[in-house]
Design a protein around this ligand. Structure first.
Ligand SMILES: [Zn+2]
Length: 160
């Protein structure tokens, strides 16, 4: 396990084991779901992550094409769409907030534990593992969470 200090968190992680788990996962959560909102996310996935986030995911051994899942949270006044999403990695949070963004209620300050990474992207960590792929079964897991503001490019009906 390697220890990593980031902003308010200290994360112990096992990048090699995480890489092994991702090597055994074939399909991202968005593609597994297959709804129009997830399809749109997959279509704009290349716009989601800043270099900072991509470096971080790489350091953790996470494959940025294989998010565990995403959720469409609504269309913003700007015309962009707010999404939440999750990756998982083998490890544990040894210091910092443990609360999952997914547990907060709609319309409340649900993303306060996340930190900004430019262009409407925010991210953070939690101990939630309810959305972790089966491949993480039996392993200690940290959830890497993000919120992103993304365009609608799908030909399907644009949701509110
Ligand atoms: Zn979906």
């Amino acid at each position: 396990m390697l220890s990593f200090d980031f902003d308010k968190w200290t994360i112990r992680s096992d990048p090699d084991l995480t890489r092994e788990v991702y090597a055994s996962i074939d399909t991202s959560g968005a593609e597994l779901c297959g709804c129009e909102e997830c399809f749109n996310f997959a279509a704009v996935r290349h716009l989601v992550y800043t270099p900072e986030i991509l470096n971080l995911l790489d350091w953790f051994g996470v494959d940025p094409l294989l998010e565990s899942g995403v959720r469409h949270r609504g269309r913003l006044d700007s015309g962009l769409h707010l999404y939440s999403g999750w990756f998982h990695l083998v490890g544990e949070i040894t210091a910092g907030p443990l609360t999952p963004v997914a547990a907060a209620r709609e319309g409340e300050k649900s993303i306060v534990s996340l930190i900004p990474s430019g262009d409407g992207l925010q991210f953070g960590f939690s101990t939630a593992r309810g959305n972790a792929p089966d491949e993480f079964f039996g392993l200690p897991v940290v959830q890497f969470e993000f919120c992103a503001e993304l365009p609608w490019v799908s030909n399907g009906p644009e949701p509110a």
